[in-house]
Design a protein around this ligand. Structure first.
Ligand code: ASP
Length: 435
């Protein structure tokens, strides 16, 4: 067990967690036992990861930018990253739309199933409060820009959901370090270097308990899933999303192979522990420390690139989420017999792009933002709750899968940006087909 690579240990932890969770469903007190005595260890692990997310974003972004030669290198990284993030998200949405329009998973939904799902879930507090939150916050087109700028840096640092504000501050801080004289910046540079090393060490230590933590997280998820029948009814929809997500993985490895000459095995095994953790935690933000470690140390992307591309990506680039939002929106319209024309499909592309940028990197965020996509294609307010209720039962498993894609997409963009700037180093993982 000792010499086993980390991702295998995590896989074993996950498998045992699933088995244990299933076993516990056989006992009447099983759910309670898991929730009281096992689940807290998963919660502790996620807390530890989130604890270091903000300091890590700050130190690595400031270090990444202030270590650059000059401001034009920053521009090169920034422009490439933004272009790649937007294009990969549009590709993801298009794949989702093509699949859902071809497979039409909502067409076969009987009225009874729609009714049954609505009765079961439409009054659920999570759904109603999500819809209330999304609707009462009447969105304006430039809201996302305004929300990015903090008015108090301590408030931003004190709230994990304001990561974009921390990124904004860190970028300006790093740029200003580049702009002042080297002598003045040096002491701050040394301090940030030291802090960054310490935080990375913390990531390393926390990861030692990952296999146990994923055991706890999966046991909890399985023990709390009580309506298997409904899951089966939603199989077509779930499979459509999954098919799209698998297509995205194929797309990533093809891009990596053709652009960098590195094999799919190299890319996927390099990023695997982050993917497994994303799957278990459903949070790109919580996984960020591990994604950074894998992309830098195992895929060989220069720190200069990964320390900018990844924190930004974790919060704004969500290919899996946007694909899911496109499929879910059309599925709901199909199930509720609301026709969508080509214009509606284009609206989905635009709103799913914005909604995925706006989705926080935490569990379930994609579903909250889905309300905005549904509204944009004219789903009436009284149907919103029914729509969300329809897909609610299998949202968690799909969230786990789309988070994996969100993370993999960020890693792919890091590798591509790294390669384009000559900052992709030979990595420690064998099996690379360097051309
Ligand atoms: N859980 C996803 C993430 O953190 C966001 C979502 O799709 O709900 O990446």
């Amino acid at each position: 067990m000792r010499g086993l690579p980390l991702h295998w240990k995590i896989v074993i932890g996950m498998a045992l967690g699933i088995l244990f969770g299933l076993l516990m469903t056989l006992f009447s007190c099983g759910k309670e036992l898991v929730n009281d005595w096992i689940a807290p260890f998963g919660v502790i692990f996620i807390r530890l990861l989130k604890l270091i997310a903000i300091p890590l974003i700050f130190t690595s972004l400031v270090k990444g930018i202030s270590d650059l030669k000059d401001i034009s290198s920053f521009k090169h990284i920034g422009i490439r990253t933004v272009i790649l993030y937007i294009s990969t998200t549009i590709i993801a949405i298009t794949i989702g739309l093509l699949l859902v329009n071809t497979i039409q998973p909502g067409e076969g939904m009987s009225r009874e199933t729609v009714e049954q799902l609505t009765v079961t879930y439409a009054s659920d507090e999570t759904i109603t409060s999500n819809i209330r939150a999304a609707i009462t916050h009447e969105p304006k087109p430039l809201d996302f820009l305004v929300d990015m700028v903090p008015d108090n840096i301590f408030t931003a640092f004190g709230n994990n959901s304001l990561m974009l504000q921390v990124i904004f501050f860190s970028i300006i801080f790093g740029i200003c370090m580049l702009l002042i004289s080297h002598d003045k910046a040096r002491p701050v540079s040394l301090l940030i270097d030291g802090l960054n090393e310490i935080i990375l060490k913390m990531v390393n230590l926390i990861m030692q308990i990952a296999p146990f933590a994923v055991f706890a997280l999966l046991a909890q998820i399985i023990a709390n899933t009580d309506n298997m029948e409904i899951l089966v009814k939603l199989l077509n929809y779930g499979m459509t999303v999954l098919l799209g997500l698998i297509a995205m993985i194929a797309f990533y490895v093809i891009v990596v192979y053709f652009y960098t000459g590195r094999s799919p095995k190299w890319f996927l095994s390099g990023i695997a522990p982050a993917q497994l953790l994303g799957f278990s935690t459903s949070s790109s933000a919580a996984t960020l420390p591990v994604t950074m470690e894998r992309v830098t140390d195992h895929l060989g992307v220069d720190n200069e690139v990964s320390s900018f591309v990844l924190p930004v990506g974790a919060t704004v680039n969500m290919d899996g989420t946007s694909l899911y939002q496109a499929v879910a929106a059309v599925f709901i319209a199909q199930a509720l017999h609301i026709p969508l024309d080509f214009g509606d499909q284009l609206t989905i592309v635009l709103t799913a792009l914005l909604a995925s940028i706006g989705s926080a990197a935490v569990p379930g965020a994609g579903m909250v933002m889905l309300v905005i996509v549904l509204e944009s294609i004219g789903i009436p307010a009284d149907k919103l709750a029914i729509g969300i209720a329809l897909i609610f039962a299998i949202d968690r498993p799909l969230d786990m899968c789309r988070t994996v894609i969100n993370i993999t997409g960020d890693a792919m963009v890091s590798v591509v940006v790294g390669k384009s700037l000559g900052k992709l180093h030979p990595s420690d993982t064998p099996d690379q087909l360097n051309r």
